[in-house]
Design a protein around this ligand. Structure first.
Ligand SMILES: Cc1cc2nc3c(=O)[nH]c(=O)nc-3n(C[C@H](O)[C@H](O)[C@H](O)COP(=O)(O)OP(=O)(O)OC[C@H]3O[C@@H](n4cnc5c(N)ncnc54)[C@H](O)[C@@H]3O)c2cc1C
Length: 189
């Protein structure tokens, strides 16, 4: 269970609608698609942007609370099961496809974007996003990246890692780093 002071800090960051800590709410996030793994989190927190993630991570760091990031929980290796308790960081609010750049064939998405939504959106423009896990109707790009997900089309076209050019990442101390960019090669100064 979260200390009241920690709950207050987290609520201040995301708002009370985006923090779950009732037992019946937590139960839903105590397992994923992996058989035989279950553990209760202390809270489920739903960030709406990078700044909120930074603030949540800082609180978790100060309070020594583990974080289990979660897209749709379809992984098969208990990656989102909060085996040490703490916070499940749920990305359902960050599900936008922000930009499709047809000229240089890149898309920019939030981590909670659903795989099939991305596939459909680029196909509307006559483009092709190959990674096609069987879970694509609900799996998220954040989960796909972390699992190196692929499907049948991977045999010919490769898997998710072959299509990631850049990432914005929040480190455990709350610092944000950016890797890569919209081009095959780029340098940052
Ligand atoms: C019915 C079914 C069919 C499947 N078919 C396939 C298949 O064909 N091919 C295949 O490769 N896999 C398949 N899988 C496995 C699973 O769907 C994939 O691993 C998928 O990529 C997980 O996506 P998710 O959004 O559910 O991620 P989650 O299960 O929520 O998370 C997966 C991992 O990523 C981490 N994570 C999630 N979001 C973030 C984030 N924003 N930042 C940091 N870490 C994050 C989690 O902590 C966890 O470790 C299948 C699973 C099921 C249940």
């Amino acid at each position: 269970m979260l200390k009241e002071s920690v709950k207050e800090k987290l609520t201040k960051i995301v708002g009370e609608n985006h923090l779950l800590d009732r037992k019946d709410q937590l139960l839903v996030y105590s397992y994923d698609a992996t058989p035989n793994f279950q553990a209760m989190p202390d809270a489920v927190v739903k960030p709406g942007c990078t700044i909120e993630i930074q603030e949540i991570v800082k609180v978790a760091n100060e309070e020594k609370l583990p974080i289990a990031p979660r897209g749709s929980g379809t992984n098969l290796c208990a990656g989102t099961t909060p085996t040490a308790g703490g916070i499940v960081l749920l990305f359902t609010r960050m599900d936008q496809i922000l930009e499709i750049e047809e000229d240089n064939l890149t898309v920019t998405v939030q981590p909670g974007a659903v795989t099939l939504d991305l596939i459909n959106k680029v196909e509307e423009k006559g483009l092709f996003y190959p990674p096609d896990p069987s879970s694509m109707k609900i799996s998220t790009i954040g989960g796909n990246i972390n699992e190196g997900t692929g499907g049948l089309r991977g045999l010919k076209y490769g898997v998710t890692r072959d299509y990631v050019l850049g990432l914005e990442t929040v480190l455990p101390n709350g610092e944000v780093i950016r890797t890569g960019g919209k081009h095959k090669r780029c340098s940052r100064v």
